[in-house]
Ligand binder design. Structure first.
Ligand SMILES: [Cu+2]
Length: 97
């Protein structure tokens, strides 16, 4: 199985410095304050998503290389998510008050 496609997807908060995800197959867990807008940026050369594991949760939608999506996380907690295209791309996002 080729895992070389899924290298870089970054999450950041508007007004804050963007934190780049290390070139691994997984997303990096970060904590964010609730009600901040989190920017998901695809810095890879393949299409990816950041999709909550829980149905009805957040979803960046399909992001082309270089594309970004804004997601708002209002609920406090720890949420697992994945890439819809690559099941092995998994991550956790923490939302705090
Ligand atoms: Cu992917």
């Amino acid at each position: 199985m080729s895992r070389q496609c899924c290298k870089r997807l970054s999450l950041g908060v508007i007004g804050h410095r963007e934190r780049s995800v290390a070139p691994t197959i997984a997303y990096t867990p970060h904590a964010y304050e609730a009600d901040r807008t989190v920017v998901v940026t695809n810095k890879d050369s393949s299409e990816h998503t950041a999709t909550a594991d829980t149905p009805g949760g957040f979803d960046s939608g399909a992001l082309q290389p270089g594309q970004a999506a804004h997601i708002k996380l209002s609920q406090v907690g720890t949420f697992a998510y994945h890439c819809s295209f690559h099941a092995f791309m998994r991550g956790v996002i923490k939302v705090v008050r």
